[in-house]
Write a protein that binds this ligand. Structure first.
Ligand SMILES: O=P(O)(O)OC[C@H]1O[C@H](OP(=O)(O)OP(=O)(O)O)[C@H](O)[C@@H]1O
Ligand SMILES: [Mg+2]
Length: 185
């Protein structure tokens, strides 16, 4: 046993690696049909969306362009600051494009409502949102995804891109942390 294994900090596994794999395949097939003949621009919202985007786009059998936006609003805690900061903007022009925004989670909805407003202002032709996780109990902004992998309960979840204080993103599953991990801070 490793002395610093991440797994010992996890109280419950909510979504297994196998369930995530199956969902990426299902959503990827659906998106392939929806965007057939369109060459969409897939926008990964860093850093959380990285594992989901990487797995999802490999199940899309059509031409798709990839770009990334790095935004942050959580700092080191478990509550949104309410202020969305652009850390890295897109390299691609959005005007006239069919956008597929890829997220790991919609919680308060503040990140995505900020991005959707920005991309409308930049004159995207269409905007779709796909999120691996949806946490409806956290919502303060009126926004919903076009495609949702899984609904999660009112708990701070980590793994498969989602962090607590920049850790746990590389867990292959989605889990809930033990309370003592937050309390140590
Ligand atoms: O719906 P919201 O309440 O806005 O929360 C969702 C966003 O918060 C997290 O990102 P974060 O800003 O922590 O940056 P990260 O992706 O680099 O972890 C998560 O990856 C989503 O992008
Ligand atoms: Mg994020």
């Amino acid at each position: 046993m490793l002395k610093d294994s991440m797994h010992k900090d996890i109280k419950d596994i909510l979504i297994t690696e196998e369930e995530i794999r199956a969902k990426c395949k299902e959503i990827g097939a659906q998106l392939s049909t929806e965007y057939d003949g369109k060459f969409p621009l897939a926008i990964g919202v860093l850093k959380g969306a990285l594992p989901f985007m990487s797995d999802l786009v490999r199940h899309m059998d059509i031409h798709v362009e990839l770009d990334f936006m790095d935004v942050s609003s959580y700092g080191s805690g478990t509550k949104s600051s309410g202020e969305v900061k652009i850390v890295k903007d897109l390299d691609t022009k959005v005007e006239g494009r069919d956008l597929l925004i890829i997220e790991d989670i919609i919680d308060s909805g503040l990140t995505l409502s900020y991005l959707v407003d920005l991309f409308k202002y930049r004159k995207a032709n269409s905007i779709k949102i796909v999120t691996l996780l949806n946490k409806p109990s956290g919502r303060t902004a009126a926004i919903s995804a076009d495609l949702v992998g899984f609904e999660v309960p009112d708990a701070f979840v980590v793994g498969y891109g989602l962090d607590y204080d920049q850790r746990y993103r590389n867990l292959p599953y989605i889990g809930v942390l033990k309370e003592e991990i937050y309390q140590e801070k």
